[in-house]
Design a protein around this ligand. Structure first.
Ligand code: NAP
Length: 498
């Protein structure tokens, strides 16, 4: 039985963790558990987590539904105070939670700590956002009418998140959902339940009323599916693969639920002949390889002016070949493992298939063994001469693989960049302001960078993609209020005078 989430020294005990439903930490109704292992060393078990099912989902939705009656009427100032307090609690645990994140997800310790710090910033941002004006005052045809809009919460919201940002993505969905008066049932990725649980724990300790936030761990079919099918769940905020997103879009359309989808990417970095090459190389390598290439905003295509392509590719090969792959907890490591063996095998087989095409493999090219054979390690990989229409040029690999596509002009570069189904983020490297402006106007991407890498998101601005990368909605910043609230228009006339 699990009364509260245990805390232990990382790497010592293997603990069992429960769901958080109606302000109670409890095991799955069936008693079933699922195991989670360290992707850098599959012999190391991180913990056992509730393998929940329909009954647990039902309890969580019922708790959220009941809590909504009062939470929707609570003062935004009260909600802001709770978010602030949760930020302080999480902040005091950054070293522990960052380390657990790294053990569970595999990104480097620096990245694990950085992401946890970001979750704290996101909580603080939305504590502030809760206190911003909500609604507008309009002139009316009738001079005596007070005509205004308010933004009201939606109700019970399902939050479904991927493993690659196991605390930042939950934070940027759950914090605004709560700030604007919704209640939440949260289903995290099965690969990263511990980090999700630590985030929920901070909010629970900060004094959220019972039922306002509920965490249910378990599989997509046994937890995710019943959650999105339930008519009491009025909205779904999802980040994950394009395939799952397509399924959820249909489910939501069938029963009229509001849905927000943040999906995959095939993000280009265009390097023009006038770019500062040293700077561009550093940024492109960071964009492609950090977090082992497992960012939705990772650079996977370097579209390079043919006049500098050889020189630039040489610099890339040097830099990528020198990356230190290993235990993500070790200070010198730059690249950790992929999320699990399945992902590592999938990326390795995509790389094998690419080797059989006209693309030329320059660096890396498969799984790593030797001292790293207990983990899901893939060598940072560079191809050149990638055909824009090839699978390597079109398909999201979600791993440390970069392809160089040489082009003859900026116009061709933009055409190639846009020639994919995705449109999440994009970069250009140039000293020419006019070209930078043309790029910003013509590129089909929701996030545009000039002279910086494709990855990175600040909480105060909208985040999301165009085309197949999103559902036309945006997360974070003021955009989050648009998704997590609905507008009510009020015409208020004085009673006729007696
Ligand atoms: P995924 O397989 O789609 O899973 C995402 C989440 O959805 C997990 O919690 C998963 O549960 C759950 N899920 C899967 N099928 C479901 C279903 N039919 N009904 C309800 N829930 C379901 O994606 P992933 O592999 O974790 O994440 C990688 C993908 O996310 C990449 O494509 C990446 O580009 C994308 N991503 C996008 C953004 C963005 O903002 N655009 C940010 C980060 C990642 P289980 O874990 O239990 O399977």
């Amino acid at each position: 039985m699990v009364a509260s989430p245990p805390r232990s020294d990382a790497g010592t005990d293997v603990e069992t963790f429960g769901n958080y439903i109606n302000d109670e930490w409890r095991p799955a109704a069936s008693g079933a558990t699922m195991e989670n292992r360290n992707p850098a060393n599959r012999d190391e078990v991180i913990g056992h987590f509730a393998a929940s099912g329909q009954e647990d989902v039902e309890a969580a939705i019922a708790a959220a539904d009941e809590a909504y009656r009062t939470w929707r009427l609570s003062s935004p100032i009260t909600r802001a105070n709770i978010l602030h307090k949760a930020a302080n609690i999480l902040e005091s645990r950054i070293p522990d939670v960052g380390r657990e994140l790294t053990r569970e997800e595999g990104k480097t310790l620096k990245e694990g700590i950085g992401e946890t710090t970001r979750a704290v910033q996101i909580l603080r941002y939305f504590a502030g956002e809760a206190q911003q004006p909500s609604g507008e005052h309009y002139p009316s045809a009738n001079p005596n009418t007070l005509l205004y809009t308010t933004r009201e919460p939606l109700g019970v919201v399902a939050v479904i998140t991927p493993w690659n940002f196991p605390i930042a993505i939950p934070a940027w969905k759950i914090a605004p959902a709560l700030a604007f008066g919704n209640t939440v049932v949260f289903k995290p990725a099965s690969n990263t339940p511990l980090t999700a649980l630590r985030f929920v724990e901070a909010l629970a300790e900060a004094g959220l009323p019972a039922g306002v936030l509920n965490l249910v761990t378990g599989s997509a079919s046994k937890v995710g599916d019943p959650l999105v099918q339930d008519p009491r769940v009025v909205a779904i905020s999802f980040t994950g693969s394009t395939e799952t997103g397509a399924e959820l879009r249909q489910t939501a359309a069938k029963r009229g639920a509001k849905i927000q989808l943040e999906l995959g990417g095939k993000n280009p970095a265009i390097v023009l002949a006038d770019a500062d090459l040293e700077h561009a190389v550093g940024q492109v390598v960071a964009g492609a390889m950090m977090s082992t290439g497992q960012k939705c905003t990772a650079t996977s295509r370097a579209i390079v002016d043919r006049r500098i392509a050889d020189r630039f590719t040489e610099l890339l090969a040097d830099r990528i070949g020198g990356l230190k792959v290993g235990d993500p907890l070790a200070a010198e490591t730059q690249i950790g493992p992929l999320i699990d063996d399945r992902a590592a095998d999938r990326v390795a087989s995509e790389v094998d298939a690419a080797k059989k095409t006209s693309a030329e493999l320059l660096v890396g090219g498969g799984r790593l063994g030797g001292a790293l054979e207990r983990g899901a390690f893939v060598a940072p990989t560079l191809f050149t001469g990638v055909e824009p229409e090839s699978r390597l040029g079109q398909h999201e690999l979600f791993g440390p693989v970069l392809g160089v596509i040489p082009v003859d002009s900026m116009e061709e570069a933009i055409a190639v960049a846009n020639q994919v189904k995705f449109g999440l983020s994009a970069s250009i490297f140039t000293r020419d302001l006019g070209r930078a402006l043309t790029f910003a106007r013509e590129i089909e991407a929701g996030i545009v960078h000039v002279n910086s890498e494709t990855a990175g998101a600040e909480p105060q601005v909208p985040f999301g993609g165009m085309k197949g990368s999103s559902s036309y909605s945006r997360e974070q910043g003021k955009a989050s209020r648009e998704f997590f609230t609905q507008v009510k228009t009020v015409y208020m006339d004085p009673p006729p005078s007696a």
